[in-house]
Design a protein around this ligand. Structure first.
Ligand SMILES: NC(=O)C1=CN([C@@H]2O[C@H](COP(=O)(O)OP(=O)(O)OC[C@H]3O[C@@H](n4cnc5c(N)ncnc54)[C@H](OP(=O)(O)O)[C@@H]3O)[C@@H](O)[C@H]2O)C=CC1
Ligand SMILES: CC(=O)[C@@H](O)[C@H](O)COP(=O)(O)O
Ligand SMILES: [Mn+2]
Length: 383
């Protein structure tokens, strides 16, 4: 019996790539539970291939349909948020991969930590809104949060080299509009914004990469994961997405993590940590073939989301929860063609400006701030 793995968000981009990693090591891993949002066709295929003991579907109606389709296959189908909780706390699980988008799986991840499961974390929004609570709980229950986000996996691998850390640099590709003049941002369509130059990802993170909000969220994520002061975290544009992060030490040495942009690598490292297994995918990095790696400072005039997110992170309290919720709704409105691309930062900044921050928030304060921010965005759009 291999290491018991649960995947929350198995039908998404990260979830599917995690299963591709597991395909390469079928005797080393046992998929014990899978959880999806709505895509029961794909979940059914995954059940037939990986034989999990439990399958959770957030959408209750769809979950009931799946139950009929897979009866007799030895899998229990559970639905809604309670179902998600059962998947995350499945007794035979050693590691829970959090790969849903948004903060829906926050209670499930907290419950998994409480049950002593290690967490492979792709779902950055959870740390953005509740980083302090999640990390405190992880420390209390003695579990490891293993970063899956490529830059954070890179930082994780470059830390603890001895001595004191001077700064941590998170790289950003710059997204599809890195060179687009400000006056043309108005004409950007969802299709253009979804076309990331280096990575194939789900729609929410792809739009966040195009606005550079993704990098702002990643700065907050890094702050919590590695207990860093914001002053020590920098963002550098690196269009090739080969150097994922750099950690500079006080003695003047810098350690960087390099690989081709392929999420299977950080996923595999999180699944196999503390070991480092051979990579069956290839190819290995060929720097001569790449020729050059370039770096530049981010342009906060054309990409205000980076500044907005970093400011919300520095101020803390419930502001990151408001940032995250406002961003989620603004991205959805942009994808639906209801607002233009430059309206995303404007709406988010407007909502943040209206918020009465709660310092050191409880989970209830966070959910309240989240719901409040969503209502505010709708009021701005409809009013
Ligand atoms: N893709 C990437 O390369 C990277 C992603 N990440 C992070 O990983 C997470 C997942 O990203 P990605 O895989 O690209 O996203 P996708 O949109 O591809 O997948 C999202 C997954 O979440 C499920 N889901 C959909 N709606 C909800 C909801 N309301 N509540 C909970 N779950 C839902 C989906 O289920 P269904 O489809 O069945 O409805 C699907 O399984 C995000 O937090 C992202 O920021 C981090 C680094 C890289
Ligand atoms: C693959 C991954 O980790 C993404 O978060 C990636 O960083 C997105 O690309 P950007 O650097 O354009 O935000
Ligand atoms: Mn990333």
């Amino acid at each position: 019996m291999g290491k018991g793995i649960v995947i929350l968000g198995s039908t998404g981009c990260i979830g599917r790539q995690a299963l591709a990693v597991i395909d390469s090591f079928r005797d080393k891993f046992q998929v014990v539970a899978l959880a999806a949002g709505q895509n029961i066709d794909l979940l059914e295929e995954q059940i037939r291939r990986y034989h999990p003991r439990l399958a959770a579907v957030l959408d209750e109606e769809k979950g009931k349909r799946l139950k009929e389709r897979v009866s007799g296959l030895g899998v229990k189908v559970v639905v809604g948020e309670a179902g998600l909780l059962s998947a995350a706390t499945f007794p035979e699980a050693h590691l829970v991969l959090a790969a849903m988008v948004g903060i829906k799986s926050l209670p499930a991840v907290l419950a998994a930590i409480q049950e002593g499961k290690n967490i492979a974390l792709a779902n950055k929004e959870i740390l953005v809104v509740a980083g302090k609570l999640v990390m405190e709980k992880a420390r209390k229950y003695g579990i490891q949060i293993l970063p899956v986000d490529s830059e954070h996996s890179a930082i994780f691998q470059c830390l603890n080299r001895g001595g004191r850390v001077k700064k941590v640099i998170i790289t950003a590709s710059g997204g599809p509009f890195r060179e687009l003049p400000r006056e043309e941002m108005d004409k950007v369509t969802p299709e253009m914004a979804l076309a990331h130059p280096n990575w194939r990802m789900g729609p929410k993170i792809s739009i966040d990469s195009a606005t550079l909000m993704n990098k702002g969220l990643e700065v907050i994520e890094a702050k919590h994961l590695f207990d860093l002061d914001y002053e020590k975290i920098e963002v550098l544009i690196h269009p090739q997405s080969v150097v994922h992060a750099i950690v500079t030490y006080m003695d003047g040495s810098s350690f960087a993590h390099l690989s081709y942009p392929d999420m299977r690598l950080p996923i595999q490292y999180a699944l196999t940590w503390p070991e480092r297994w051979d990579n069956p995918y290839g190819p290995y990095l060929d720097l001569a073939a790449l020729g050059r790696l370039t770096f530049e400072k981010p342009d906060e005039e054309r990409f205000p989301c980076l500044r907005i997110a970093m400011e919300a992170g520095r101020q803390g309290g419930t502001l990151p929860a408001v940032l995250n919720a406002a961003d989620e709704v603004a991205v959805e409105l942009f994808l639906q063609g209801r607002i233009k691309f430059p309206a995303i930062p404007h709406l988010i900044e407007e909502v943040l400006g209206r918020h009465q921050k709660v310092e050191d928030p409880s989970l209830e304060d966070i959910w309240e701030a989240d719901a409040w921010a969503r209502r505010q965005i709708w009021a701005l759009i409809e009013g």
